[in-house]
Design a protein around this ligand. Structure first.
Ligand code: FE2
Ligand code: FE2
Length: 274
């Protein structure tokens, strides 16, 4: 994973950028929201466990976490969840009830520490209230985003994710065409059902996001973005139902991807100065 960065006075990003040879990178973000009752939003990828725990501890004493908001139980969001639970005894897990139950089939989720949430619910976290919102596109029906009603920060789950040419800490720095193309590529792959939607109904769903008037957009798969980007993002999403759904890589393409990944890993690494 990459070094954490601060994206707002009260929001820190715990970022990873998964290298995809021939494509670029896919950002995978967790967030720390420094509310009066601090909130960790998602828990990164398991492969980064030690780094994730160190990065988290560099931002906040995990013991002081009061909430862990799990947007959904996909592996790129749950990586260090068990470890965080162990070092954050006061934290309760806020998630869709079925996310908690599904995870309980593969690890002993302390279900008495789960606060089940559904779209429309509001969660007071001391100095502010978080509202559970539905992301417009998603790869899990359990996906539950959140709007910080005090600041207007929108945590949009997998929605607004993008495959990018390179890692970045600010979506505004990514060239517009690359961002739009990468967002469409991600959306057609992460939400391959989008071509099935009724266009008018989908426009209403996007209007619902517009009405949230987010000041900042924190996607799980995009660098931090300003609320001013929302219209451009919504235009991309509007085009997704008419785009071809992404095809899964063939076995041959998968072999090529693996070969490219191996080649990248075996490239000589710069020697650290001593
Ligand atoms: Fe997902
Ligand atoms: Fe994801």
């Amino acid at each position: 994973m990459d070094a954490p960065y601060q994206a707002a006075p009260d929001v820190h990003v715990l970022p990873a950028n998964v290298a995809l040879p021939g494509v670029g990178v896919l950002p995978v973000n967790a967030y720390v929201l420094l509310a009066e009752e601090p909130v960790l939003i998602d828990a990164g990828m398991g492969v980064d466990g030690d780094q994730f725990m160190d990065a988290l501890a560099s931002i906040i004493d995990p013991k002081s976490l009061r909430w862990i908001w799990l947007t959904h139980d996909d592996a790129d969001h749950t990586g260090s969840l068990q470890r965080v639970f162990e070092v954050a005894p006061s934290a309760r897990l806020v998630t869709h009830a079925f996310s908690a139950l599904r995870m309980a089939s593969w690890w002993p989720v302390p279900l008495d520490r789960v606060h089940a949430i559904r779209v429309g619910d509001r969660l007071p976290v001391g100095d502010r209230t978080l509202r559970a919102v539905a992301p417009p596109l998603y790869d899990s029906p359990l996906s539950t985003g959140l709007l910080d009603e005090a600041t207007g920060a929108l945590f949009s789950v997998d929605s607004f994710g993008a495959l990018l040419p390179e890692a970045s800490q600010d979506a505004g720095e990514v060239p517009q065409a690359a961002l739009a193309g990468g967002m469409r590529a991600w959306a057609t792959s992460d939400s391959p059902w989008a071509h099935l939607v009724d266009r008018q109904h989908f426009a209403q769903v996007l209007d619902g996001v517009r009405r949230l008037q987010p000041t900042r957009i924190f996607s799980s798969h995009l660098p931090a973005a300003s609320g001013a980007s929302l219209e451009a993002f919504l235009r991309v999403l509007e085009s997704v139902p008419d785009a071809e759904p992404a095809l899964a890589p063939s076995n041959e393409e998968f072999a090529q991807m693996l070969a490219a990944m191996m080649a990248t890993q075996s490239e000589p690494q710069p020697v650290a100065a001593t």
